[in-house]
Design a protein around this ligand. Structure first.
Ligand code: URA
Ligand code: ZN
Length: 393
């Protein structure tokens, strides 16, 4: 009997307990806060939510915050922190394997003297989780991006030896100045040489001013503008900057998995290509380099976290192998624990998962070989999930 291709979730996050403790102790974003009469603490990640948070805290201190009041951020449920909950979520959605990663904003805000130790502890925690549940979990490690370069490079060397580590999760800020910062290149080179895939994920969005006062300060439009539009543009801009800086050419072994189907990169790649070709200053150098399409076909993988077959079709077209025509660069993900259902039980099925799974079947055909590749086959191959985990220390 032919064995079924497994379902693999390559985009699924957790916050370990020591990370939550840090968030609880902070007075700036990212922050976790409890409110009287509210069952779960709130986790607040978006900078535009600091003012509403301060206001809610002031009201709570005056005893003037009804338990039904709208609070900033989102409820910090056990879905963010519990491995048993993650397994329950996987079983509920027929997910065989999850490639775990720390959720944003990772260690981007951590004091430079503490970042190395904290990264080692977070990575050891994820390693232990994988070891306790063999075959169910692998992970993308976390880098201490605020630490001195030698500490970051040592972390890369260390995580490359961890048997269940398959890459690193990285924010678009890099070391603070973006990924095309010259100081970032040795780090990217070390990752490329170690064969560690970079899972590139947004956090910062676009400046709050672009959302206008109703979108930015009053909370009238909730998280829609920063998450639906800011996140994808952030990823698109980060990768385009890397491309324009020639980093993909200089580091041919560099491989990136782009969150949210590459933001808007598949849709805008043609426009990026055309702008390069029509910029006299740039074209001189760019002519001898590979195009954005070459990068999409050779160095980039996309997750399928785009919630509609319309966006997924762009991701499919943009990544189909130029030479082979194969659909081998697209991988299913859920973005769990973000986007829980609002009107049904969180312990049951999540619409955010079925929207992504349905997009795959609609775009590629229910039960087709290509759908199976996206749902898990590609991840097994690209991330070597059937390789016997060996301690390389
Ligand atoms: N998905 C994430 O991974 N992070 C967020 O902050 C929101 C959605
Ligand atoms: Zn995510």
């Amino acid at each position: 009997m032919a064995s079924k291709t497994p379902v693999v979730d390559v985009h699924t996050h957790m916050y370990p307990p020591e990370y939550i403790k840090i968030l609880e102790s902070r007075d700036a974003i990212p922050i976790a806060r409890s409110f009287p009469g509210v069952p779960d603490p709130r986790i607040v990640l978006l900078s535009t939510e600091m003012a509403p948070l301060k206001e809610a805290e002031a009201r709570a201190a005056r005893g003037d915050l009804p338990s039904t009041a709208a609070l900033p951020g989102r409820p910090l449920t056990s879905h963010y922190t519990s491995v048993d909950q993650k397994i329950h979520f996987m079983d509920t959605h027929d997910i065989d394997i999850s490639v775990l990663s720390l959720a944003n904003p990772w260690l981007d805000f951590v004091d430079k003297d503490q970042a190395g130790t904290l990264a080692a502890s977070v990575n050891a925690g994820f390693s232990a989780m994988c070891k306790e549940h063999p075959g169910r979990f692998f992970f993308f490690a976390t880098l201490p991006v605020t630490a001195p370069a030698d500490v970051i490079l040592k972390t890369i060397a260390d995580v490359a030896k961890l048997p269940y580590c398959r890459g690193v999760i990285l924010g678009t800020g890099g070391l603070g100045q973006g990924l095309d910062d010259l100081a970032m290149e040795p780090i990217l080179e070390a990752l490329a040489e170690a064969g560690l895939l970079i899972f590139l994920h947004p956090h910062y969005g676009l400046p709050g001013s672009v959302w206008g006062s109703r979108g930015n300060t009053t909370g009238e439009y909730g998280h829609v503008l920063p998450l639906a539009l800011g996140f994808p543009m952030e990823t698109t801009i980060a990768v385009t900057r890397l491309f324009l800086a020639g980093v993909f050419d200089r580091l041919p072994k560099l491989r990136m998995l782009l969150a949210h189907s590459g933001g808007t990169l598949p849709f805008l790649a043609g426009r990026i290509d055309s702008c390069v070709r029509h910029d006299a200053h740039l074209w001189k150098a760019a002519k001898s380099r590979r195009s954005i399409w070459d990068v999409l076909h050779e160095q980039v993988y996309l997750d399928a976290v785009v919630y509609s077959d319309v966006g997924l079709q762009a991701a499919i077209s943009a990544t189909k192998g130029a030479k082979t025509g194969g659909l081998d660069r697209l991988m299913f993900g859920t973005d769990h624990p973000f986007f829980p259902p609002l009107e049904t039980d969180e312990q049951g099925e999540w619409e955010s998962v079925s929207m992504n799974a349905d997009a795959v079947s609609t775009a590629l055909g229910d039960g087709s070989a290509e759908a199976a590749a996206v749902m898990g086959g590609n991840a097994v191959r690209v991330l070597r999930l059937y390789e016997e985990p060996a301690d390389k220390a």
